[in-house]
Design a protein around this ligand. Structure first.
Ligand SMILES: [Zn+2]
Length: 166
């Protein structure tokens, strides 16, 4: 499930979007009642409320790699209002607790990235002994995960998040 590849890989920054921002595009589609169900599965959305969204990273550095984002566009997490950023981290904690359970590891690293997509986001990356990453996740080491496994992971994470409160 977690064969690693090194070298060139695609990323969100290679994607074409009808919005100037790929993540705003995902938010708009998730908010659209007509496409919502399709998009939820297409983007492996694991959590959604009025202000935040969490989905499996399409280019995972490890199985379970999740993005937690505000629906409102901000360039950096640090541009968000203090309370809004606080709620974002509360959601990230909740997702991380679910990842610990589903991915069977206590070691979940978080970073706010910001280079690939210019929309505030927190990467949550489950870590494992001998996963090839250093102290931080190495963006050159990514996992090719079959679509059916991604669906399965998303379903389990989503179910686990429902069991955890903020
Ligand atoms: Zn955006």
């Amino acid at each position: 499930m977690s064969d690693s590849f090194t070298g060139e890989r695609s990323s969100y920054s290679d994607e074409r979007s009808s919005f100037p921002c790929v993540f705003c595009d995902i938010v708009a589609r998730a908010n659209d009642p007509i496409t919502d169900d399709d998009q939820s599965s297409a983007h492996h959305i694991v959590y959604e409320d009025a202000e935040f969204l969490a989905f499996l990273d399409k280019y995972p550095l490890n199985p379970g790699h999740t993005q937690v984002i505000p629906k409102a566009h901000h360039r950096w997490v640090w541009d968000m209002a203090s309370s809004e950023a606080g709620f974002l981290f509360m959601r990230a904690r909740r997702v991380a607790k679910a990842l610990q359970k589903v991915c069977a590891t206590d070691w979940i690293i978080a970073d706010t990235g910001g280079i690939g997509v210019a929309h505030a986001h927190i990467h949550l990356i489950p870590r494992f002994e001998d996963d090839g990453h250093g102290e931080l996740a190495d963006p050159k080491i990514f996992r090719e995960i079959p679509e059916t496994d991604m669906e399965d992971l998303a379903r389990k994470i989503k179910a686990e998040i429902r069991r955890i409160s903020d």
